[in-house]
Design a binder for this molecule. Sequence first.
Ligand SMILES: [Zn+2]
Length: 322
Amino acid sequence: MTQSDRTTSDGGLYLGPDAATRLRTSSVDRGRAPALDVDPAWSPTDAVDLALVDTHCHLDADAFADDPPTDILGRARRAGVTRLVTIGTDLESSARAVRLARHHHEIWATVGIDPNDLPVDGSPMTAAMLTAVETLARAPRVVAIGEIGLDYYWNRTSHEVQRAAFEAQLDLAIRVGLPVVIHSRDADGDTFGVLRAWASAQATGAGRPLGVLHCFAGDVALAERYVGLGFLISLSGIVTFKSNAQTHAVARELPLEALVLETDAPYLAPHPNRGRRNEPAYVRLIAEHVAALRGEDVAAVARATSANAARLFRWGDVGAAA
Ligand SMILES: [Zn+2]
């Protein structure tokens, strides 16, 4: 990864939708499958009592092209990460996510078209695209619609086109009975407005979360408003960055019942691997940082966040932690 990748407006927290393409040509990331060398003190024995969930990763990204899923899953398991949700961003990656989930029992899939992968000519999402998402959504082991949302940082298409695609896929989620994975960047006001209207138009049943705010970077007040609507807040590697006081506060002040964990791999590697390729095993690092910020045991953080993920994705339980 280059220095410019890490100097975006919000402190380099996201490599951008082209990152996978850029990583493909990067000799630094290409073909390496780094061992889990972040904390030599970890041992498999330490990890087996944890059952962490990576609620958001992109296992189909080019950065993982030379890294067999079984290797990624093995490293995750040794770090105590037992379930992974690989996220679709367009029709092709959604189809790849469904395939990965079909072939690996630790992996589940989401399907959707994110705001940066709408038609490049700026035209709206078509009915045919929506139908294709719906077909994928009814495949086995699809646990959410997403990632969907608004991205006013990249502004690949107009706000109107983004919003129409967002709302159409939110309605699709109701039709197919799935929660949603939300991407929102530089669009807090509009994202909240859309989700508030959507949430109020449906009955929330049985304490099931409506969805999750992926890679949440807002403040405590906004996080609490989303929780009030029935959403979970997902903490990513940005919570491990020293300068990110706002996200530290979210990790400290929200009730554990409102939080899930994610890597967003291959992007956004947590400290001390910042700038390298991220991978699902590093959820362990994020859990440890959250535990330290809260003054709680990592096992308690793992138990609660995995139980929340299980409620979100309608899993019966999450191994030892449930
Ligand atoms: Zn993502």
